[in-house]
Ligand binder design. Structure first.
Ligand SMILES: NC(=O)CC[C@H](N)C(=O)O
Length: 420
């Protein structure tokens, strides 16, 4: 072997040497140097409610966290995943083995803070490199007080979650993972997490006051567009159930002036703003207990206001129309999920992040299935037959992920134009 490679050489309790190994095939000798970010590697434990236990190294903050453990198969976009509010109370396992290679930048966040309850990865590369990077993933997790675990067999973990469905779990990191009884404490914390079923989190993560949104999409060199000077013919009121910023940016770039309102805003207050359309955002938790949202959406659907929902917003549109939702096994979390448009037959590669789904068998006459997952046949899109309202289960804003479904934003714009 020749050349250089960055290697993590870590064992809990040893010094974390940022070791750039350069060796030649013949000598087998290594010369290395240690980076500045030398820190003591601390142990961490991940426990699942089924009794599975993983021992690894702590990354990010020390302490204890619990939540529903899910796996995401996207190969890129860890920063967008970490800051996606839909992951609130979830411990996210990334199946791609190297996470952190490109560091953290100031531009790719999907909300103001890390939303995940914890992070599980195979390997934290000790050297981050990207022209936009301003800090390392480890530093970012510490700055945001997020607990994580690295150096575990994420393939084994993923196989457990795939077979049994998402499981409640807990991570103990640093001192918490040391000493007598640490494994028992981790198992206890995993089993104490009540599970996401029945948990209304949208109102918890939503903004507390309404605000205007002007930021448009990002381009290389120019950064984010300021849409204030451009023509914005449509006023959209966006319900914030935990909205991802790129959804707002894509609407802004398509000529929408956006008023973002708290999750519990009554329909009458929204209608008083005279919107051309109402957007229902993604968000965390179970859609079923969000009665305030279901009630408001039902009232909006009594008018002819165009409505577009994404993910949690899709589930809430379905519930407000009389359908029901179910908890999935391991859900869909990734960036390469094939979804078929049932009208055109076209298959799109989509970004996904959901653990609940609309039960297709429950669709009333006023709802029509428009899209389905080619992974498991589950419902991916619906539209009202009697109103200008439609929704999508996956993520057309593709953050991260492929942009095949972006035309759904244009469909919403067309609906608002048609209503004029
Ligand atoms: N991304 C989302 O909006 C997720 C919706 C919902 N919390 C689910 O897990 O199904």
């Amino acid at each position: 072997m020749s050349g250089c490679e960055t290697q993590a050489r870590r064992k809990p309790g040893t010094i974390n040497k940022q070791h750039v190994r350069c060796s030649t095939a013949d000598s087998g000798q290594e010369s290395g140097h240690y980076g500045e970010d030398v820190a003591l590697i601390k142990p961490a434990i991940l426990a699942l409610e089924d009794g599975s236990v993983f021992h690894g190294s702590a990354i990010g903050a020390d302490g204890q966290t619990s939540g529903e453990v899910v796996f995401n198969t996207a190969m890129t976009g860890y920063q967008e995943i970490l800051t996606d509010p839909s992951y609130t109370r979830q411990i996210v396992t990334l199946t791609y083995p190297h996470i952190g290679n490109t560091g953290i930048n100031d531009e790719d966040n999907e909300s103001d803070h890390v939303a995940v309850a914890g992070l599980v990865i195979r390997d934290l590369p000790l050297m981050a490199s990207n022209f936009r990077s301003t800090r390392s993933l480890d530093q970012y997790l510490r700055d945001e007080s997020v607990i994580g675990i690295a150096d575990i067999d994420t393939r084994r973990l993923t196989r457990i979650l795939r077979a049994k469905g998402s499981l409640n779990g807990a991570i103990l990191a640093g001192e918490a993972a040391q000493g007598e009884g640490a494994v028992e404490r981790a198992l206890e914390a995993a089993r104490a997490f009540p599970g996401l079923k029945g948990m209304d989190l949208a109102k918890e993560v939503s903004c507390s006051e309404s605000f205007e949104w002007h930021e448009g999409e990002w381009t290389l060199g120019a950064g984010y567009a300021d849409t204030r000077e451009s023509e914005r013919p449509f006023h959209v009121v966006a319900y914030d159930y935990g909205v991802k910023h790129n959804i707002l940016r894509m609407l802004a770039s398509r000529g929408c002036r956006l008023t973002v309102v708290p999750a519990q805003t009554p329909a009458a207050d929204v209608l008083a703003l005279n919107p051309d359309g109402v957007f229902l955002s993604n968000g965390p938790g179970d859609p079923e207990p969000c009665d305030y949202a279901i009630e408001a959406i039902s009232a909006l659907l009594e008018t002819d206001t165009p409505v577009f929902g994404i993910c949690l917003g899709h589930q809430l549109l379905a519930l407000a129309s009389g359908a029901t939702t179910v908890k999935m096994g391991h859900g869909h979390h990734g960036a390469n999920h094939p979804v078929q448009d049932l009208d055109s037959g076209i298959v799109m590669i989509t970004s996904q992040n959901h653990g609940f789904a609309v039960d297709e068998a429950s669709l009333p006459a006023s709802l029509r299935a428009t899209h389905k997952s080619l992974f498991d046949g589950s419902l991916q899109g619906i539209e009202r037959t009697d109103r200008p309202a439609f929704s999508f289960q996956g993520h057309p804003e593709a953050s991260p992920g492929p942009q095949d479904v972006a035309p759904l934003f244009d469909r919403f714009i067309d609906m608002m134009r048609a209503r004029r």
